[in-house]
Ligand binder design. Structure first.
Ligand SMILES: O=P(O)(O)OC[C@H]1O[C@H](OP(=O)(O)OP(=O)(O)O)[C@H](O)[C@@H]1O
Ligand code: HPA
Length: 178
């Protein structure tokens, strides 16, 4: 049995898209102090590859929040597992996410970070599932719209596996008994 049914975003697609998104971000935040906030663990790959395309004065910080447990459906209950180190007062914050599925995680996070006194809070997300979205979240920088299937790779996991793949693929439902 193959673990994946299809590669939907290749390593080259990701690189080209990050070139475009990072050019727009550099332009929009020219002359401003930018703090990239990565959401662990899924955003590790996109954060690393996006941050490498930024000027060296850009800062990074990390939050760990969980809404999925170990399955393939959002629980809708968001827990902070690790909070930011940085004080956001007066900062320009760009949340960096791997995926927007139901939108529940980002909708909660946006509200949480906006309440901390940042000058601006925007979102960059590599992937979005338009057919799964339950809450609309304003995404300023979007990579790809993808089908409503459970995907893995490039930071995204199933039961902590497959995060290290350089591409994004649809997980074979047989892997999770779907
Ligand atoms: O739009 P939603 O339905 O809320 O889903 C998106 C969230 O789910 C994933 O995180 P997950 O909770 O699986 O943790 P992980 O990043 O550690 O894998 C992903 O990284 C997003 O943070
Ligand atoms: O499709 C997905 N794959 C892995 N993790 C996720 N978290 C939300 N959606 C997904």
């Amino acid at each position: 049995m193959d673990d994946f049914t299809k590669i939907i975003v290749s390593e080259n697609d990701i690189g080209r898209k990050l070139d475009q998104l990072s050019a727009a971000i550099r332009e929009d935040y020219k002359g401003k102090d930018l703090l990239l906030v990565g959401v662990l663990k899924g955003a590790v790959m996109v954060m690393a590859d996006l941050a490498r395309r930024m000027p060296p004065t850009v800062q990074m910080d990390w939050m760990a929040i969980s809404s999925y447990g170990s399955g393939t459906k959002s629980s809708g209950v968001v827990r902070i597992l690790k909070d930011l180190d940085a004080d956001l007062t007066g900062k320009h914050v760009l949340i960096v996410e791997d995926i927007i599925d139901s939108g529940l995680t980002l909708s909660w996070l946006l509200g949480n970070l906006r309440s901390r006194g940042a000058e601006s809070v925007e979102i960059a997300a590599l992937l979005r599932k338009p057919d799964a979205v339950q809450v609309d979240v304003p995404i300023k920088y979007l990579g790809f719209d993808i089908p409503n299937e459970f995907v893995v790779g490039y930071g995204l996991d199933y039961a902590e596996k497959y995060r290290t793949l350089p591409f994004v693929a649809i997980l074979n439902p047989a892997v999770y008994g779907g």
